[in-house]
Design a protein around this ligand. Structure first.
Ligand code: CO
Ligand code: CO
Length: 307
């Protein structure tokens, strides 16, 4: 085993030969949208993302399904079709799966990927001096909550949906062309939660430049209105001792950094020249990526400093 449970990484990695490692991950969750096809697509994009975060290529996926007997079976069909569309966009195949009857629907994938054992990325290799790239804007949790209360604009909802649907495939393909030290993807623990895992695993501290972070449209306004998911507060309470914020920072700006993301972007730590080349390439491909901070030596007062 090359990578296992110790580093809270995105997937397990097992070396089969000098040239080949398999990468194994699974993820599933309840619907965040009323549209079953979209739900299937987003859940699948989210499950596939952990393979990309390890620098791998997904090859095989299995459906994981919980579905109530009181809902029409056509709905499940749409969820599975949505999932299958993302798996085929990723160039992988669905080889079956498992379903059980449950009170609320849940869907996701177990995914197998492959990579070269020496090119596998983990969250533990970040070095002092690296720059941090984030490849998707933040705010899907906030927009989902606001959308349920009919408070999010059509523009916000569409941008969030588009972002959740986007595979991290292209971003990962660009990343693999340059020297990279560490990578993870941003999901339920929010930007700061996943950044903290990366910092702890790499034994470094991070400086996050809050004014550089890409945000989905309307997120700041919605957060200021109190449209903040419970998960963001849980993330904040869990992480607060390890993060230093500037005195003047507002509660809503902090909440955005703790906002749990569905199918979020990659967070990449790379040497400065490599990070700048990567960013140009990503922006050319219309990926909404930004350099959002830097890696510093380990610090005893905080693990992440937001400036
Ligand atoms: Co992950
Ligand atoms: Co995951």
């Amino acid at each position: 085993m090359l990578i296992g449970p110790k580093t809270s990484d995105d997937a397990a990695v097992y070396k089969l030969s000098e040239e080949l490692a398999i990468i194994q991950t699974l993820d599933f969750f309840p619907p965040m949208t009323d549209d079953p096809y979209l739900y299937g697509q987003i859940a699948a994009a989210n499950s596939l993302s952990d393979i990309y975060a390890m620098g791998g290529k997904p090859i095989l996926a299995l459906n994981i399904v919980c579905f109530p007997s009181c809902l029409p079976i056509e709905m499940l069909e749409k969820i599975l079709l949505g999932g299958a569309s993302k798996v085929s966009e990723a160039g992988a195949v669905i080889a079956g799966g498992h379903s059980i009857v449950d009170d609320t629907p849940k869907y996701g994938l177990a995914v197998t990927g492959v990579g070269h054992p020496e090119k596998i990325l983990s969250n533990s290799g970040a070095c002092s001096g690296d720059l941090l790239i984030l490849t998707k804007p933040l705010g899907t949790g906030i927009i989902n909550i606001a959308g349920r209360g009919q408070l999010a604009s059509e523009e916000s909802i569409q941008a969030a949906t588009k972002s959740m649907l986007e595979l991290n495939r292209q971003a990962a393909e660009v990343m693999l062309q340059y020297p990279v030290n560490a990578c993870t993807d941003i999901t339920g623990f929010g930007l700061l939660g996943h950044a903290l895992e990366l910092a702890l695993a790499s034994r470094v501290s991070l400086e996050i430049w809050s004014n550089k972070i890409p945000l989905l449209p309307g997120v700041e306004e919605l957060a200021a209105m109190g449209m903040i998911p419970a998960g963001a507060y849980q993330n904040r309470d869990y992480l607060k001792d390890k993060i230093a914020f500037p005195k003047e920072s507002k509660a809503e700006s902090k909440a955005i950094l703790f906002d749990p993301q569905t199918s979020g972007g990659l967070l990449i730590a790379a040497p400065p020249a490599s990070a700048r080349f990567m960013l140009d390439k990503m922006q050319e491909l219309s990926i909404n990526a930004q350099i959002i901070g830097q890696v510093n030596d380990k610090n005893n007062d905080y693990t992440i400093k937001v400036v």
